[in-house]
Design a protein around this ligand. Structure first.
Ligand code: NAI
Length: 286
């Protein structure tokens, strides 16, 4: 039987989640995606109208099939956590069962189990503010959407994950080194995510022989990154200073994710793997 993957955080064909989905599809996995509720409509419409057909093409010429798109808002664990204003919001009231617990239940009802869980989402409402100017609410929102969301996904999907399965999340080097512009507590959120990778790897390794790793990715001009505002500068900086002076392709992150969740990486867990053209290793570039 082929493997089945749930990829949380796919809402267009530009980001890392899409590239990871493609790499897993190319390796023969069945693809389920979780799409942020406010982005669901446009994503499904674009898919249906063939807007992504070009970028759905796999190396063997076939098109990536997405077996099912689930609406998801990973800042809510169950329906009781959803505030009244969000429930009443038009973009949310049009769909149902989008809290993490409900999505895991729906996937169980539809497919029974999964082998691979991918977390490719982040959100920090105050990301453009320096940490020094970040509000408590902004900071906690960044942690909730970008770090706890991973714990929640692992917690709720674990019962339907097959032993030997694997999870991946996406992180950024601003967790370890100060990167001006990556504010709002997003640097803190990534530091939490990386620490949680090690702790969850131990816990779910012991419990179910499941592996937990993170990819620390270099800069990509995704929709989320454009919202931060300085992504073009980061891409230029990387090109000027990294050992490999080439564009970083989302597919390169996708391929590493495919390796990490495959049996080829059967002894790799609790690790943060850099896919950044080597930029993290440079002290002084000449
Ligand atoms: P993206 O825009 O393709 O992906 C982010 C996704 O998160 C979007 O689809 C958005 O709809 C979704 N999302 C936001 N809040 C959500 C919520 N509450 N519930 C469910 N989904 C939600 O952008 P990108 O850049 O590919 O981001 C994917 C991951 O890669 C993120 O964790 C990001 O921090 C990480 N990353 C990105 C880098 C970059 O330069 N683009 C560099 C290093 C890491």
């Amino acid at each position: 039987r082929g493997k089945r993957a749930f990829i949380a955080g796919v809402a267009d064909d530009n980001g890392y989640g899409w590239a990871i989905s493609k790499a897993l599809a190319a390796a023969g996995a069945e693809i389920l995606v979780g799409t942020w509720v406010p982005a669901l409509n446009i994503f499904e419409t674009s898919l249906r109208r063939g807007k992504f057909d070009q970028s759905r093409r796999l190396p063997n010429g076939s098109l990536m099939e997405i077996a099912k798109v689930y609406p998801l808002d990973a800042v809510y664990d169950s329906l009781e956590d959803v505030p009244a204003d969000v429930r009443a919001n038009k973009r949310y009231s049009g769909s149902s069962n989008w809290t993490v617990k409900e999505v895991a239940e729906s996937v169980k009802n539809d497919f029974g189990s999964i082998d691979i869980l991918v977390h490719s989402l982040a959100n920090g409402p105050e990301v453009t503010k320096p940490l020094l100017e970040t509000s408590r609410n902004g900071y906690l929102a960044a942690i909730s959407a970008s770090s706890y969301s991973f714990i929640s996904l692992v917690q709720h999907f674990l019962p339907i994950m097959n032993p030997g399965g694997a999870t991946i999340s996406l992180t950024y080097i601003a967790s370890e080194k100060s990167i001006p512009g990556y504010g709002g507590g997003m640097s803190s959120a990534k530091a939490a995510l990386e620490s949680d990778t090690r702790v969850l790897a131990f816990e779910v390794g012991r419990k179910k022989k499941i592996r937990v790793n993170a990819i620390s990715a270099g800069p990509l001009g995704s929709r989320a990154a454009k919202a931060i505002g300085f992504i073009e500068k980061m891409i230029e900086y990387s090109h000027a200073n990294a050992p490999l002076q080439k564009e970083l392709l989302a597919d390169e992150v996708g391929n590493t994710a495919a390796f990490l969740v495959s049996p080829l990486a059967s002894a790799v867990t609790g690790s943060v793997i850099y896919v950044d053209n080597g930029l993290n290793t440079v002290g002084l570039a000449t």
